[in-house]
Design a protein around this ligand. Structure first.
Ligand SMILES: *[C@@H]1O[C@H](CO)[C@@H](O)[C@H](O)[C@H]1NC(C)=O
Ligand SMILES: *[C@@H]1O[C@H](CO)[C@@H](O)[C@H](O)[C@H]1NC(C)=O
Ligand SMILES: *[C@@H]1O[C@H](CO)[C@@H](O)[C@H](O)[C@H]1NC(C)=O
Ligand SMILES: *[C@@H]1O[C@H](CO)[C@@H](O)[C@H](O)[C@H]1NC(C)=O
Length: 505
């Protein structure tokens, strides 16, 4: 059914063949079983740190999967862990879930709001088996908040982030679960091995006649910097002067291998033939912890491109041949996966959810159609405010509040200092260029299409564009719910719960 023509030399015929091939694929999806969806999330994985972005870190598995699939190169996530995961699970911006600020720390009574419909909940309506292997980071203070009560049939992994990779302890509390049971049999086993093994077990135990949703949010390559020695070894000569980078590279290499193992199991069971594999990072890399986002500006926890522009791709034998091996330059955001997976892949609808901020971008990925998205609200965080900053004349939006918005070619950032700069990859020999920054400046405007690395602030040159972007921000802000960021609860302390992090209310 699939054309083997070289469509690049076929001129107008290409469009027709393309359309026919897409039709064939859509009808395959509609009439036969729904595809399996394998959603893999890396943690703190920097924009530069994948082989095909020119990194010296070798990621042969990811390179091959991406190279045979569709690389997403205008793809955005949120700048830190909980926010990205919250949008992945709900398709909704943080201003609409109350999670505008920071992450959910282990000791706070907070979670993804219980009245949100999650992606696995929705997929269960369409007959999916739903399993999660990896890091949750969306709250666990009450029983109702944990992943296997939020739509996953099974959960294996961490409630929090930043555990030790071997002891699975975070801040004095053990944090490794197999559903409600403590997963105590994995002491001294590095989490990427455990997750790969467990994901394989899920795949092997899955009845092929049912569609599978398998969510694998790896712990790697988040700090603490830990990797098995054999994975670090090759990088001692590649990054001789930078130990953090050596270990980080080992962490990425091990994750890459784990994904290879999972993919091999998908193939050996035959699930692969009807699978869509989505890979994404959750945010930019941390420079001090070995990550790198070159050539982008900034890093994790900033709204500069280095915090939010992400590594991501889709790999699937179900994709039309015409898009295989292509680079997609459509604007896509992490909130888009919810409707994309539900409508585009599971052929369902999003009725019953709260209003979504994401779009179904499956036509954009699988047929290179124009993205329905022209804007991304990167965030408005009412609790991060620069007090000494100057206000913008006449604006109803308080520019001392940390916020960023992308609209068409424009990107505005408010409530940030400009001192955040560009860090070249270690051992690259590149000397970055640092422009001068005006003291106390808190508003920045970029033509992000022309200047993707945010070198040239245009806020002084185009004040009327700043005005209109601020008006848009003010309008988004009118739809915001109050930010929920409770104080730590001493009752959460693992010492009161047998040395374990777990629901305490
Ligand atoms: C895990 O292994 C470490 C290092 O071998 C050891 O110190 C620790 O007591 C072990 N933890 C448990 C819960 O057995
Ligand atoms: C798989 O599911 C189908 C449909 O529910 C059922 O008929 C079949 O017996 C199941 N196979 C196994 C091995 O459980
Ligand atoms: C490693 O490189 C990063 C920049 O990517 C830098 O911040 C860090 O200080 C370097 N570490 C050492 C030990 O040179
Ligand atoms: C991948 O599978 C091989 C073969 O079973 C195993 O030796 C290796 O440790 C696995 N790697 C990871 C990261 O799971």
């Amino acid at each position: 059914m699939r054309s083997t023509f070289n469509f690049t030399v076929m001129g107008n015929l290409a469009g027709l063949i393309f359309a026919l091939a897409s039709l064939a694929v859509s009808s395959t999806l509609a009439t036969s079983s729904r595809p399996h969806v394998i959603l893999i999330l890396a943690d703190d994985y920097g924009f530069h740190d994948i082989g095909y972005h020119g990194s010296k870190i070798k990621t042969p598995v990811l390179d091959k999967l991406a190279g045979e699939g569709v690389k997403l190169e205008k793809y955005y996530v949120q700048p830190i862990c909980t926010p990205t995961r919250s949008q992945l699970m709900t398709g909704r911006y943080q201003i609409h879930t109350g999670l505008q600020h920071s992450v959910i720390h282990p000791w706070v009574p907070n979670s993804l709001p219980l009245d949100e419909t999650t992606l696995p909940q929705k997929l269960k309506e369409y007959g999916y088996a739903t399993h999660m292997v990896g890091k949750w980071h969306l709250g666990f203070y009450k029983e109702e908040c944990v992943p296997h009560k939020r739509g996953f049939d099974s959960f294996f992994g961490y409630y929090n982030g930043q555990e030790d990779y071997l002891t699975h302890i975070r801040a004095g509390g053990f944090d490794f679960r197999d559903n409600d049971n403590l997963a105590t049999n994995y002491n001294n086993t590095y989490s990427s091995f455990v997750f790969a093994e467990h994901a394989k077990k899920v795949i092997l135990g899955h009845n092929k006649s049912q569609p599978l949703f398998l969510y694998i949010p790896f712990q790697a390559v988040h700090a603490p910097l830990e990797a098995p020695a054999s994975y670090i070894e090759p990088y001692k000569t590649i990054f001789p002067a930078n130990k953090s980078r050596q270990i980080y590279a080992g962490m990425a290499a091990c994750m890459d291998e784990a994904i290879g193992n999972i993919t091999a199991t998908l193939k050996s069971t035959g699930l692969y033939d009807n699978s869509v594999i989505i890979f994404s990072t959750d945010n930019g890399g941390i420079i001090q912890q070995g990550g790198n986002n070159w050539p982008l500006r900034g890093w994790k926890n900033t709204l500069w491109e280095g915090g939010v522009r992400a590594v991501g791709f889709v790999h699937s034998p179900l994709l039309p041949k015409q898009v295989l091996g292509t680079v997609n330059h459509q604007l896509i955001h992490v909130s888009d996966w919810f409707p994309t997976i539900v409508e585009g892949l599971a052929k369902g609808d999003t009725k019953g959810t709260k209003p979504l901020d994401g779009y179904n971008v499956w036509p954009c990925i699988s047929e290179n159609k124009a993205s329905p998205r022209n804007e991304i609200l990167h965030n408005i965080d009412p609790l991060t405010v620069i007090h000494q900053g100057k206000r913008w004349k006449n604006s109803t939006f308080d520019v001392r509040v940390r916020a960023a918005l992308r609209s068409g070619d424009w990107k505005i950032l408010t409530g940030v200092y400009g001192s955040v700069n560009w860090i070249a990859p270690p051992s690259s020999g590149i000397v970055p260029f640092y422009p001068n920054v005006v003291k106390d400046q808190v508003v920045f405007l970029f033509n992000i299409t022309a200047d993707p690395n945010e070198y040239n602030d245009l806020s002084g040159k185009y004040p009327e564009v700043v005005d209109s972007m601020l008006e848009k921000l003010a309008n988004y802000n009118k739809t915001a719910v109050p930010c929920v960021y409770p104080l730590p609860d001493p009752k959460s302390d693992p010492r009161f719960h047998g040395g374990v992090w777990g629901p305490w209310r």
